[in-house]
Design a protein around this ligand. Structure first.
Ligand code: PLP
Length: 393
């Protein structure tokens, strides 16, 4: 059997800290490694595999499309892209969609859109206010947007035009707003930043402030969108309507696809101002259409809410039993627990050895992002393994 860890060392750029496991196959919420070990997957490719692994709905849609038409340029109309756009518009407060290939491209595109808006309606305003601890992607502009110095420092100088202010602090955001501001961009729940949930009053105030100032509110729903938090979009929890949202991760169920969705007023790109070779690709869009349709038809958003409650309750139980758990946060099937000390590496590894994949979020926190098809038994199995691992601490 090949030693893929050695092959990686020789041939792949070492940007990822990986666990010593090579995954080769998956079905439902179970993945198999190359030695035949089974794992219950509560990472879901970082909130991507919303229907678990190799769900027949996605496999069928992709197989069908691959046999029909894989790619054309965006000089021509293609059907899956337009079906996807229509479905997203019909199930959101948005009016127009642009498809891309990843989360970073979606947020980068949203910022370009906001700058066009600033040029058109706000005397050339171009600055975007974002939050500390946020994560909006990996291009130079998006590391500048993301309020985490660890992503910025290796790449200075980083592009100008972003102001990072404290998350959940409305007055800091008000103070940072100037005549140069064209938009505010926030995650309703900061995913990579620690599963930090935006307070209700904060987002309501921010939304009202943006309206008052005539600037755009961009919500980065790349991690929270498409059912994960127990609503189809996280903004629905707050009873607000942003001007622009960005999507990716769970939307394609594993195929690389992202999108910007905007209200008509904010949809100001003109012909030639933005584009993509692969964005809106028929195969990726057919996958996304099948995922979103399946989630809606099978009410999986409701399942995320129910399963999320169960997960929260069972994690609360562990919290009572083990004094070293100091925090519990999240919504629906995006949750994290925090430890008193930096136990996350060891706990993540022990979970893996016990057949459970969880995400090491920070030195002292782990994150759970199981698929939207997770069953009550699978939640109990996962929290059972966690209990067993915690007992060893
Ligand atoms: C993952 C993520 C991104 C970046 O998406 P990629 O597909 O990795 O480029 C941006 N914003 C949020 C909120 C994310 O969770």
């Amino acid at each position: 059997m090949s030693d893929w860890t050695e092959i990686e060392k020789e041939y792949y750029m070492p940007t990822f800290k990986r666990f010593p496991v090579t995954l080769v196959q998956g079905k439902g919420n179970i993945v198999l490694d190359d030695k035949g070990n089974k794992y219950l997957d509560f990472v879901s490719g970082w909130a991507v595999n919303s229907l678990g692994h190799c769900h027949p709905a996605i496999v069928d849609a992709v197989t069908d499309q691959v046999n029909k038409l894989i790619h054309t340029s965006n000089s021509y109309y293609t059907i899956p892209q337009l079906q996807l756009a229509k479905l997203l518009v019909e199930n959101s407060c948005m009016d127009k969609v642009f498809c891309c290939n990843s989360g970073t491209e979606a947020t980068e595109g949203a910022v370009k859109l906001a700058r066009r808006y600033g040029r058109k309606h706000l005397n050339g305003a171009y600055e975007v206010i974002t939050a500390t601890g946020s994560f909006h992607g990996r291009t130079l502009a998006m590391v500048s947007a993301s309020g985490q110095t660890k992503h910025q420092e290796p790449y200075t100088p980083i592009p100008a035009g972003f102001v990072n202010v404290e998350f959940n602090n409305f007055s800091a955001l008000v103070e940072a707003t100037t005549e140069k501001t064209c938009a505010v961009m926030l995650e309703p729940i900061q995913g990579e930043g620690g599963v930090n949930v935006a307070r209700r009053d904060y987002l309501l105030n921010v939304s009202a402030w943006c309206k008052q100032k005539g600037i755009l509110l961009i919500l980065d729903e790349i991690q929270t969108g498409i059912g994960r938090t127990g609503k189809f979009f996280a903004y629905e929890h707050y009873d607000i309507e942003p001007d622009i949202i960005t999507l990716a991760k769970g939307m394609g169920g594993g195929l690389p696809v992202g999108a910007i969705a905007a209200k008509n007023d904010a949809s100001v790109f003109a012909i030639g101002e933005h584009g993509s070779t692969f964005g809106g690709n028929p195969v990726a869009c057919a996958a996304a259409h099948s995922v979103i349709s399946y989630i809606i038809e099978n009410n999986l958003t409701q399942n995320a809410l129910k399963a999320g409650k169960q997960l929260h309750n069972e994690l609360s139980g562990l919290n009572k039993r083990f004094g070293f758990i100091t925090g519990l946060r999240g919504m629906g099937l995006l949750q994290a627990i925090e430890f008193e000390h930096d136990y996350a590496d060891e706990i993540t590894l022990q979970c893996l050895y016990n057949g459970l994949l969880v995400n090491r979020l920070k030195p002292n926190a782990i994150r759970f992002m199981p698929s939207l098809i997770t069953t009550p038994d699978e939640i109990s199995e996962a929290t059972g393994i966690l209990g067993k691992v915690f007992k060893e601490f």
